[in-house]
Design a protein around this ligand. Structure first.
Ligand SMILES: Nc1ncnc2c1ncn2[C@@H]1O[C@H](COP(=O)(O)OP(=O)(O)OP(=O)(O)O)[C@@H](O)[C@H]1O
Ligand SMILES: [Mg+2]
Length: 510
C-alpha cells in the first residue's frame, strides 16, 4: 500500500496539482494520483510549511512564543506536483485534470524501478528522495540528443563526466575528452585512458585555422593573400615529400622572405607590399614561438588515434586558449567530414575513423562562447545540430552556462544540472531547456555537491539524483592552503637548522 501524503487543493490543471499535507514529503519525490481509472505519476517540485496563527503581521517574538506554547508544533505543508503522465499508458499526459480533493500517494518503488530501467542504459546514481532506486538513463538518446553538464564550480561536474564516461566504456564506446586542466588521466573501471598529444599536422589544417593561430584578422586581406600563398606552397612542398623533419612555419617564412627580398616573384609579379609581408613574417615568428609544439608535420591524422573502449584524452592543460580552440575545432571539423564520408562510403580508404564518437568538452563556455564568433564555436554548433545523423555525440560541460552559445546549448536536449546559484546562469539554462520549470529552478541553489536534476529524452521522467561518486576521485579538490603554507614554513626552518648544524660541525663559529 502506498503511503498517503495528502490531498489536492484549489483548482487542478493537466500539468500541475497543488496539495496540502500533514507530513513532510521531499522535493523530487514521486507521487501517484488515481482518478478516472488512471494512475497519474507526478513529481513534487516545491514545498512550503506554514502556521495560520503565525502570520507575517506579527512583529513581536514573544507573541510567537505564546502562540507556539498554545498550539505546539501545529503547521501545514503545502506543495505543488508537476504531472508527468499516466504510468499505465506510456506517461501520456491525461486529458482531464484530477478532481479537487484527490488523494496524493507516494509512487510505488516497483513503478519507479520500471521507469528507470531501459535497455542500453547508463547508471548515473540513485534518487535523492529514495536511495534504493537506481537512476539509469538511455545511452542511445543521450548520445543522439547530446548532453550538457552544468553547475557552479566544485559542484561535481568532472565527477559526473567520469561516471558517464566509465559507463560508456562498458559498452566499448569511443569517448574523446578535451581535457582543459589535465585532470582526466585517471583509472576508469571499464576501460583504459589514452593520453593523446595535442599535435596536428599542418597538412590537415585550413587556412583559417592558421590565420587564427597567427592572429591575422579577416579584414587584413593583403596579409591574408601572402599567407595564403605561402601556406599553399609549403603544403604542396610537404605533400611532394621532398622535405622531411622541417618546421612548417619556417617553410612558409622562406617563401615570404624570398618575395620580400625580391629574390622570387609573387604569382609572376614583383612585390610592392613589402610592409605587409614583414607583418606576416612577424606574426608567423610569434606563432612559431608560441605554437610550434602543436604543429608537427610528421603527425598522422589525429582522428586515427581514437580507440574504441578507451577514454581518449586530448590533454590541453599545457596549451593556451587559442591553441585549445584550434585543436578542438580542427578535430570536430575533421570528425564531421570523416563520418559523413564513412556513412556515404564505408569502404573508403580515406577514412581515419569508422565508428561513432562521443566528445566531452570541458569549459564549453570558452570553446563555444556566446559573445564571440570562432571556428570552434561554429563546429561545435554544427555537431550539435547535425552530429546525431553522423554518429557524433557532444557533452558540453560548463560552470558558466550564461556564457555558452545559446544555439549549441539548446541543442543539448539532455541536461544534468548540479548546484547552480547565479540567477543569470539559471535563466540561461531554463531558456535552453523547455522541461526545466520555475519550481525546479528554485531547487538548484539548494542542491548539495553531487546532487543533480536530470532532464531530457534520456530519462522518461525528470529526476533529482545523487550522482554516484566515481571511485577515482582525483578531481578539483580544493588545495589545503593553510596546511601547505605551514608545511613549507616547517621545511624552510628545518633547512636553515640543517645548514647551521653543518656549519657548526665543520668548525664554524658565530
Ligand atoms: N557525486 C559526488 N559524490 C561525492 N563527492 C563528490 C561528488 N561529486 C563531486 N564530489 C566531490 O566534490 C569535489 C569537486 O568535484 P568536481 O571536481 O567533480 O567538481 P567540478 O564541478 O568539476 O569543479 P570545477 O568547476 O572546479 O571543475 C571533488 O573533490 C569530488 O570528490
Ligand atoms: Mg571540473
Amino acid at each position: 500500500m502506498n503511503k498517503i501524503i495528502g490531498r489536492s487543493i484549489g483548482e487542478t490543471s493537466l500539468t500541475k496539482i497543488d496539495f496540502v499535507s500533514k507530513e513532510m514529503p521531499k522535493v523530487g519525490e514521486y507521487v501517484s494520483i488515481e482518478y478516472d481509472e488512471k494512475k497519474i505519476l507526478g513529481m513534487i517540485e516545491s514545498l512550503i510549511r506554514g502556521n495560520v496563527a503565525i502570520n507575517k503581521d506579527i512583529f513581536d517574538p514573544k507573541t510567537i512564543t505564546k502562540i507556539k506554547n498554545l498550539e505546539g508544533n501545529d503547521y501545514y505543508i503545502k506543495g505543488s506536483v508537476k504531472v508527468l503522465g499516466d504510468i499505465e499508458d506510456n506517461l501520456k499526459i491525461p486529458k482531464t485534470p484530477a478532481p479537487p480533493g484527490s488523494l496524493i500517494k507516494t509512487a510505488s518503488s516497483d513503478d519507479l524501478k520500471k521507469l528507470f530501467q531501459t535497455p542500453k542504459s547508463l547508471k548515473l546514481g540513485t534518487l535523492i528522495s529514495q536511495d534504493d532506486i537506481e537512476v539509469k538513463v538511455d545511452l542511445e538518446k543521450m548520445f543522439s540528443r547530446h548532453l550538457a553538464i552544468l553547475a557552479m564550480t566544485g559542484a561535481g561536474k568532472s565527477n559526473t563526466v567520469s561516471v558517464v564516461v566509465d559507463e560508456i566504456l562498458s559498452y566499448s564506446g569511443c569517448v574523446v575528452i578535451f581535457d582543459m586542466h589535465s585532470e582526466y588521466n585517471i583509472n576508469f573501471k571499464n576501460g583504459e585512458s589514452k593520453i593523446i598529444k595535442p599535435e596536428i599536422n599542418p597538412i590537415y589544417m585550413t587556412l583559417s585555422e592558421i590565420k587564427q593561430l597567427a592572429h591575422i584578422s579577416s579584414s587584413a586581406y593583403i596579409q591574408e593573400r601572402y599567407l595564403n600563398e605561402a601556406y599553399r606552397l609549403a603544403k604542396d612542398e610537404l605533400k611532394e615529400g621532398s622535405t622531411k623533419n622541417q618546421n612548417f612555419i619556417k617553410m612558409m617564412k622562406n617563401y615570404l622572405n624570398s618575395w620580400e627580398s625580391g629574390e622570387k616573384l609573387f604569382r609572376g609579379k614583383e612585390v610592392k607590399e613589402t610592409k605587409q609581408i614583414v607583418d606576416v613574417l612577424n606574426k608567423l615568428g610569434d606563432l612559431n614561438a608560441r605554437y610550434s609544439s602543436i604543429l608537427n608535420i610528421s603527425a598522422g591524422n589525429i582522428l586515427s588515434h581514437f580507440e574504441l573502449g578507451k577514454a581518449n584524452i586530448i590533454d590541453l592543460g599545457s596549451v593556451d586558449e587559442t591553441a585549445a580552440e584550434i585543436i578542438v575545432s580542427h578535430i570536430l571539423r575533421n570528425a564531421l567530414k570523416n563520418n559523413k564520408e564513412w556513412l556515404k562510403n564505408p569502404e573508403s580508404e580515406k577514412l581515419s575513423l569508422t565508428h561513432p564518437v562521443f566528445f566531452v568538452l570541458e569549459e564549453a563556455h570558452i570553446l563555444a562562447p556566446k559573445n564571440r564568433n570562432t571556428n570552434c564555436k561554429l563546429w561545435i554548433s554544427r555537431i550539435a545540430r547535425e552530429g546525431r545523423k553522423f554518429g557524433l555525440g557532444l557533452c558540453l560541460v560548463s560552470q558558466s552556462p550564461k556564457s555558452i552559445d545559446p544555439d549549441s546549448l539548446s541543442q543539448a536536449n539532455n541536461m544534468i544540472i548540479l548546484r547552480l546559484v547565479e540567477p543569470k546562469d539559471q535563466h540561461h539554462v531554463q531558456s535552453a531547456s523547455e522541461s526545466l520549470s520555475d519550481d525546479l529552478v528554485k531547487q538548484l541553489p539548494s542542491l548539495n555537491i553531487g546532487e543533480a536534476i536530470i532532464l531530457g529524452l534520456m530519462s522518461k521522467i525528470p529526476a533529482l539524483v545523487k550522482i554516484s561518486e566515481h571511485e577515482n576521485k582525483k578531481f578539483g579538490q580544493d588545495l589545503n592552503v593553510i596546511d601547505l603554507w605551514q608545511k613549507k614554513k616547517e621545511e624552510q626552518k628545518q633547512k636553515i637548522k640543517d645548514q647551521n648544524d653543518e656549519f657548526l660541525s665543520l668548525g664554524g663559529d658565530y
